[in-house]
Design a binder for this molecule. Structure first.
Ligand code: SF4
Length: 187
């Protein structure tokens, strides 16, 4: 079985990779498609850290799409309140398409590791994409390994981001007047 693991960053990949290796398959390919990460230097920091993580752990990595600031903003502009659903849909759709085109047996995502993402919405999006494409979606609640991933990422001194990814989330992280009252908007 070979699986395509959509990956947002190295710290979030630690636990899913360890789980997939122990429960499912050794044949894991990481897939970096994240047009939501801004600005460019932040995108580069996350990607560079992931490249190094993959080298150390002998994991193949596909980097798709490059830095797509303009494309992402065009997708969410005038509907910023729905941006997280649009964001995960863009990323999961591309992952599923890539899995189908390159004949992977299944796909999944490190977004299911985050405590801050809309877990059930992402799961539902993936299940619908899977039904449409006939590419199986591997579901696991990777949030159970949250602390394990944090501990290993700190031990290995991996770059840990301080906000979710888009420039809206960066503002919400640092501009107190913009912070939603209940939502923790970072992964
Ligand atoms: S807050 Fe995070 S999930 Fe939502 S649109 Fe921005 S990067 Fe995507």
């Amino acid at each position: 079985m070979n699986i395509l693991l959509h990956t947002c960053c190295a710290p979030c990949a630690i636990y899913p990779v360890s789980q997939l290796r122990s429960q499912f398959t050794e044949n894991i390919t990481l897939f970096f498609f994240n047009p939501n990460i801004h600005p460019y230097q932040e995108y580069k920091k996350r990607l560079d850290c992931l490249v190094s993580f993959c080298d150390k752990n002998d994991l193949p990595l596909i980097v798709e799409g490059g830095y797509q600031l303009t494309e992402f903003l065009r997708a969410v502009v005038f509907q910023e309140d729905k941006r997280c659903s649009i964001c995960s849909s863009l990323r999961m759709t591309k992952t599923q398409e890539w899995a189908k085109m390159h004949k992977f047996d299944a796909f999944t995502t490190t977004l299911l590791y985050s405590r801050y993402q809309n877990h059930h919405q992402i799961k539902d999006q993936c299940q619908i994409l899977s039904q449409e494409s006939k590419i199986p979606f591997y579901y696991e609640d990777f949030r159970e390994g949250w602390q394990y991933g944090v501990d290993i990422s700190l031990e290995q001194k991996l770059y840990r981001q301080t906000y979710c990814g888009c420039i809206y989330s960066e503002q919400q992280r640092y501009d107190k007047s913009q912070r939603p009252k209940k939502r923790k908007d970072r992964c």
